[in-house]
Write a protein that binds this ligand. Structure first.
Ligand code: GLC
Length: 628
């Protein structure tokens, strides 16, 4: 593994000493509780106190009350209060609450939802990435939450992976260029030790704890199988997948989440070399390492053995949504029998405490009285304008003929396509629900792509039947919004054979193993109606502007051929109006492909020698009137 200069988590000597003094007071039970992270549905505030729990999380779609910021603040306040009650059995150590705010605080109704990372990769605008981080952090704090499991630093190498949209690019250099900026944005910090606000060395007063994930090589698995096996030698692993983490650590990221995938056949959750020796040793990471969802269980037949493997590999906090009691018992037993040395426990707990001190958690008041809680900024116009700008800059023009763009605002525009008026679909996964939602009613605020078009072009009409019964003489052009429905993780995989099996995507085992998204990247096979609509209108003499809403590059040769213009819009999020901003000429197309675009299925992955199967190369993007 090539040498890498050491970098460190920003923390002052005084805070480090506070962590050490507190550690010295803790009992083994209090230490192990601090390493335990249950999911909110399976732990009460009283249990947080009784078992000295260090963190609680919301899985995707796990939301309190009416799922508004006030409900989240109330929930977090109750957990925080319980964790801070000190008596002769319990020490006051504030819990850290974690959520997947990976494209805005996506769980919460009314949040500003940004384009998913794949669209942000198309912007090539690192300054914007930092602004998005800062804006997201404010909306996370508005819910009384301190920690987001973001950024994803995956370098996705095969669009058959269901998490491709969580990756900024197939190009490690682009992911690396974004890594430090998104970390500084989320944490509202200037990087190592140059904290921006009084008393908080690594996190500004409007910042949250960031989490670089998933360590390491999650985007490089064979055939893009989620939680599959990344086969690479050490140099390739570093060049493609480790490099972005160096930048994130340099920027002072406080936590790293381990990948559920494997490297050369060995699960990352049990990989001592990767976690202890490389991440904590060579790269000098001084924050704490958190497991992924039930990432320990698959490591060994016996849960106790799996716990020993993961703890000794260097994992510090364990995301054990339901099995937190078994985890505590298993780790306690492992320490008692010497299978996990107390020094390892102390290292884990000191890291957790160091992060909590460095982020000022001990100095912050309870959630319900914090200045950021229930903040007016949540879903505000100012925030939505940042997201709208990101949408504009994310659009990639792949085809443009006959000067059909920009469209005239006075033109008679026929709008069709399943994804034209669907804010849920344009947001994609990890939005309100783990798997995302379809329709408009659960995306509070924002605009669908159709709503943006209607505002720009008063004579536009939305045709719900694909325009089949429209009199084409009545229209000058058509905009057809095509593409995928929402998905997340392994349920978004394109698998050429077999279901999504437990262990290959961490889903409940048994006969109900869930089906992947499909077995091909060909849109015409996955969603045949899209091509019928495009071809139907084109055949009747209407120039068609196709807009693809998808979490990845897809094989769209037929749709391209039938369209006069073709735009990749990725998963734009809540501000669909940004699409109309560009289609009607307020802004030019500036987006460039963050992934190479396949001509065929076999051209999908970025393996060398696939050049002949690539339709549009990484970086491709037309501008109106000029070719990039
Ligand atoms: C999921 C994902 C991870 C996420 C975590 C908590 O399985 O792999 O990215 O942060 O669980 O929802």
């Amino acid at each position: 593994m090539s040498g890498t200069k050491r970098v460190g988590l920003p923390h002052t000597a005084e805070r480090a000493e506070r962590a050490r003094r507190l550690l010295a007071r803790m009992t083994p039970a209090q230490k192990i509780g601090q390493m335990t992270q249950p999911e909110r549905l399976h732990i009460t505030p009283a249990q947080v106190r009784a078992h000295h729990i260090g963190s609680v999380l919301s899985g995707g779609g796990s939301t309190p009350g009416r799922n508004r910021p006030a409900d989240w603040v109330a929930m977090n306040d109750a957990y925080w209060a319980a964790s801070m009650e000190e008596d002769d059995r319990h020490l006051a150590i504030p819990i850290l609450y974690g959520v997947d705010a990976i494209h805005g605080n996506g769980n919460v109704l009314g949040a500003t939802i940004f384009p998913h990372n794949i669209g942000l990769g198309a912007t090539r605008d690192a300054d914007l990435i930092e602004r998005i981080g800062r804006t997201t952090a404010r909306e996370v704090l508005a819910a009384g939450v301190d920690w987001t499991f973001a950024p994803t630093l995956a370098v996705a190498r095969d669009p058959r992976w269901g998490r491709t949209y969580e990756s900024y690019s197939e190009d490690p250099a682009l992911v690396t260029a974004y890594a430090d900026r998104i970390v500084k944005g989320l944490q509202h910090s200037n990087g190592r030790g140059e904290g921006v606000a009084a008393g908080l060395a690594g996190v500004g007063p409007e910042g949250v704890v960031a989490c670089a994930k998933h360590w390491v090589g999650d985007g490089g698995t064979a055939a893009g199988v989620d939680q599959g096996d990344t086969r690479a030698d050490e140099d390739e692993l570093h060049r493609l997948h480790i490099a972005p983490y160096v930048a994130a650590i340099e920027a002072g990221v406080h936590t790293v989440m381990v990948s559920l995938s494997a490297w050369n056949g060995e699960k990352c959750h049990a990989h001592r070399q990767l976690i202890q020796d490389v991440l904590k040793g060579r790269l000098g990471f001084r924050g704490f390492v958190v497991s992924d969802w039930n990432g320990v269980e698959p490591l060994a037949r016996a849960y106790d053995d799996a716990i020993v493997m993961a703890a000794n590999a260097g994992i510090d906090m364990f995301m054990v949504p339901e099995s937190w009691r078994e985890f505590i018992a298993g780790l306690t037993h492992a320490v008692e029998r010497g299978a996990v040395p107390m020094e390892r426990i102390d290292d884990a707990v000191e890291r957790i405490l160091r992060v909590k001190f460095a982020c000022g958690l001990f100095d912050r008041p309870r959630p319900r009285v914090r200045p950021g809680s229930n903040g007016d900024c949540f879903g505000s116009r100012e925030h939505r304008e940042v997201a709208r700008e990101a949408v504009r800059k994310s659009l990639v023009l792949l085809k443009h003929e006959g000067g059909v763009l920009p469209l005239d605002r006075s033109a008679r525009i026929l709008v069709a396509g399943r994804n034209a008026h669907d804010r849920g679909r344009q947001c994609g996964g990890f939005t309100v629900e783990w798997q995302g939602v379809s329709g408009n009613d659960r995306i509070v605020g924002g605009t669908s792509i159709w709503e943006g078009i209607r505002a720009a072009a008063p004579r536009a009409q939305l045709c719900t039947n694909g325009g089949a019964r429209a009199d084409t003489a009545d229209f000058d052009a058509a905009i057809v919004v095509i593409g995928e429905r929402p998905y997340a993780e392994g349920l978004g995989d394109i698998r050429e054979e077999g279901p999504v099996r437990a262990g290959a995507s961490n889903l409940p085992p048994g006969p109900g193993a869930l089906r992947p998204y499909g077995d091909t990247l060909e849109l015409a096979t996955l969603h045949a109606g899209d091509l019928r609509t495009v071809r139907g209108l084109a055949a009747r003499g209407i120039p068609v502007v196709a807009v693809l809403v998808s979490g990845r590059p897809m094989v769209v040769n037929d749709e391209l051929a039938a369209s006069t213009a073709f735009v990749a819009a990725w998963l734009p999020g809540s501000e669909g109006v940004g699409v109309a901003d560009v289609l009607f000429g307020d802004h030019d197309f500036t987006g460039r492909l963050p992934f190479s675009w396949p001509r065929e299925m076999r051209g999908a992955n970025s393996a060398p020698g696939n050049d002949g199967r690539v339709l549009f190369p990484l970086g491709y993007g037309l501008r109106l009137g000029a070719v990039e």
